[in-house]
Design a protein around this ligand. Sequence first.
Ligand code: PA5
Length: 449
Amino acid sequence: METIQLNIDNVFDFVRKESIYALAADAEKFNKALHEKTGKGNDFLGWVNLPSSISSAQLKDIKKVAENFKKKCEIVVVIGIGGSYLGAKAVIEALSDSFYMFQRNNEYPLVLFAGHNIAEDYLAELLNVLNNKKYGIVCISKSGTTTEPAIAFRILKEHLENKVGKKEAKDLIVAITDAQKGALRKLATQEGYKTFVIPDDVGGRFSVLTPVGLLPIAIAGFDIEKLIDGARSMEELTSPDKSFEDNPAAIYAATRYSLYKQGKKIEILANYHNKLVYVSEWWKQLYGESEGKENKGIFPASVTFTTDLHSMGQYIQEGERIIFETVLSITEPDNHLAIPFEKENLDGLNFLAYKRVDEVNKMAELGTLLAHVDGGVPNIVIEIPRLNEYYLGQLFYFFEKACGISGYLLGVNPFDQPGVEAYKNNMFALLKKPGYEAQAEILLNKLRK
Ligand code: PA5
């Protein structure tokens, strides 16, 4: 099997190769610290060995539950937010037919998501769809207390129970949560739901290779063993006995850190296949939540080209020179489609006749890379041979490992997220949650001014 390839040749006009390689010893040391659990946040490093430690019995159990949903449901609603939804969403969007919503007679249940917002219209419209469908629910929350999924679950649980009866509903609900604590664990025990455990030492955004990602992906009909195989191969390729120059995750981490030190404070993850939009969303959470703290960190953004070349392209080419770009490049798409010849040639496109659409896309990609580098935007390329489970597994682990090393290079704890509490405290205070009275008073005074 091939591997995804990292190419940093197009950053050397901006940061010298020697400066990046000067970080080799630190990057190797931090990679070791991740494996030996000696760095900051070391109680959240369970993800490091997940690919090599997940057992075939665990995978079998996940596939069995997925099979059960397949037998009973047309739709499975996966409830979760942040790390409890983005990994599964990323894989399902990347590997599904772009128009799967319109396909009839699907072999696998349609996976829909909820609990990743508090939008009343979204939930009400979802219920309208579910009224006439056989459906099940997978509720995912590591803490078991997150407001968005808790609200969605309360609404959907009631809907399902009213529809099929409490006894039948119990067998159509699976909870993925902490082994002991949290409201979801308590509820699951009380109601007798099938459960899967999110390990204590795996944080939400690093949990795609646990049942959090694997169950929804298996329900949608994708091969979780291949996903794990890919991740396992990247675990080997980035192991602490690899030297810096042989470890793509270490090189990526050192390169982006060097660019950051040169004033490149925004990294845009660019793709040329819109199926990768949610891979970018997953990546943004991973890096944004891991690195954006202590007034430091690269701001992770994303674009889908060529679509966004007609909007954000202007800024990237000529706006503030604080951006670098990392391109997810798919070597070979699944389909072949050629541009037809037209006798009249009114649109002047006959120079493209008989060429594959992908050939045009690839030239757009190359042309953009050259233009952006000329315009002062350093460019990193990650070449992905094909869009399948195996290479996505590699990509996830690659980014996770690089994120750990990168956070340590930056000097932060990449495995906590203290900043996400601020909005929650205000929201609870404004909603008059018991215990938040003092904060409510402060906010009301502010609002009165
Ligand atoms: O990465 C994280 O830890 C967060 O984004 C969480 O995944 C997110 O807030 C959801 O948390 P929970 O699974 O506890 O509901």
